[in-house]
Design a protein around this ligand. Structure first.
Ligand code: ADP
Ligand code: MG
Length: 387
């Protein structure tokens, strides 16, 4: 895998695929972690005299322009961080014109074009052709998207000389420490709400990890599989059987579930602590309870390697932030090598007032980091292999 340091970029037009999929709040960037993580590559390229077109996606606009998913707030924030105005080009043609005069241009949300995420190779390829025409070099720096076989992630890399950016390089180096020569005990902490996306990873994590602590909405299929009552908690049909299979596959005690949760009828209501397997029928679990948080912290304290993905509760609301806070605190207190992954997990850490560098490595990828440590082939990395 070549990096940007292997290329003489002065005078070249460089297309950088970044991961700028940040949470927004009323048209403002609520957490700029992924924008900051993209800076080293963008600054290195522009400082060395490259003309840069940075492209990225935001949310799931469904293949057509939608102002709610415009990258405009992201371009504005990037401009603030760089101390220069960042022009937002509506489409590749506009980007081509703008980059002729500007040092750095941002292309509007790639997912405004249905071809970006199309399953059809030809359709994706046509869009990749348009992107490839913009540049002399392609730089992959959007680690959070490298597990997607999308036009800007995969197909365009096949059409241009290509290099990994500093973020992708750093991510690969850190996550590789979770795929071989792992220092044990290795403890994995899983949570969050994108349960379907992450569920498949559990099988291989059972093989790799000594212990898996499961909180957040991820816990409910497992609690239900054990016959627990989960009330109106977030739960998708089909996942209960899969969770039961994982519980059978795991060694006794290897998967640790919450014993108590904080439940309420609505998110806006103050919660009460209840047994995790006896959530009242009209209530949902919104955070792990204090007893579970203490048990999870004790397991974390014994670890020498930790991977954490997914908040333990609805941390955005103060009454349901305690579990995530406790896990973060325990991880900071341990001297294990730690990788924290997930867009919302990173945002949670910062929202709760922890510094990024209090953790061993803060990955910008959620699904991508999980798939990497599962040992899967990630299209955006495979495309960077030397041909
Ligand atoms: P990440 O981006 O770190 O991979 P996810 O996207 O999977 O994490 O999940 C983050 C979201 O999970 C947060 O917005 C949080 O509010 C939500 N969440 C955590 N626990 C629960 C729960 N018990 N019920 C509903 N949502 C939850
Ligand atoms: Mg998320």
């Amino acid at each position: 895998m070549k990096t940007i340091d292997d290329f003489e970029v002065a005078g070249l037009r460089v297309l950088v695929r970044a991961d700028l999929n940040v949470p927004l709040d009323g048209g403002r960037v609520a957490d700029d972690g992924r924008i900051r993580a993209s800076l080293p590559t963008l600054i290195a390229l522009t400082t060395r005299g490259a003309r840069v077109i940075v492209c990225a996606h935001l949310g799931r606009p469904g293949g057509k322009p939608d102002p709610r998913y415009s990258l405009a707030p992201v371009a504005a924030r990037l401009g603030e961080l760089l101390g220069a105005r960042v022009e937002l080009a509506a489409d590749p043609a506009a980007a081509r014109a703008a980059v002729a005069t500007d040092g750095l241009v941002m292309l509007e949300n790639l997912r405004f074009n249905a071809a970006e995420t199309s399953k059809d190779d030809v359709q994706r390829g046509l869009f990749a052709d348009q992107l490839a025409e913009l540049a002399d070099l392609y730089v992959a720096d959007g680690f959070g998207a490298v597990h997607r076989k999308h036009a800007s992630v995969y197909d365009v890399a096949l059409r241009l000389p290509h290099a990994a950016g500093y973020l992708v390089q750093a991510e690969v180096a850190a996550l590789s420490r979770l795929t071989a020569d792992i220092r044990r005990p290795y403890v994995v902490v899983l949570g969050g709400a994108k349960v379907a996306d992450k569920f498949d990873a559990i099988g291989s994590l059972i093989t790799a990890a000594d212990r898996i602590l499961i909180g957040g909405a991820m816990a409910f299929p497992f609690l239900a599989a054990r016959g627990g009552k989960v009330g109106t908690s977030l739960l998708e049909a089909g996942q209960v059987d899969a969770a039961g299979g994982y519980l059978d596959q795991a060694a006794p005690g290897q998967i640790e579930l919450p014993s108590d949760v904080i439940a309420a009828a609505q998110r806006t209501a103050p919660g009460q602590v209840v047994a995790a397997d006896a959530i009242p029928a009209d209530q949902m679990g919104l955070d792990i309870g204090p007893e579970s948080a203490a048990r999870f912290a004790a397991s974390i304290a014994e670890a020498r390697t930790i991977f954490w993905n997914g908040p333990m509760g609805v941390f955005e609301l103060a009454p349901y932030a305690g579990g995530t806070q406790a896990v973060a605190q325990a991880i900071i207190g341990s001297d294990a090598f730690t990788v924290v992954g997930g867009g919302d997990t990173g945002a949670a850490i910062r929202a709760l007032g922890f510094a990024d560098d209090a953790f061993g490595y803060l990955s910008t990828g959620g699904g991508a980091s999980l798939e990497f440590i599962e040992g899967k082939t990630l299209p955006g990395l495979a495309a960077l292999e030397d041909r």
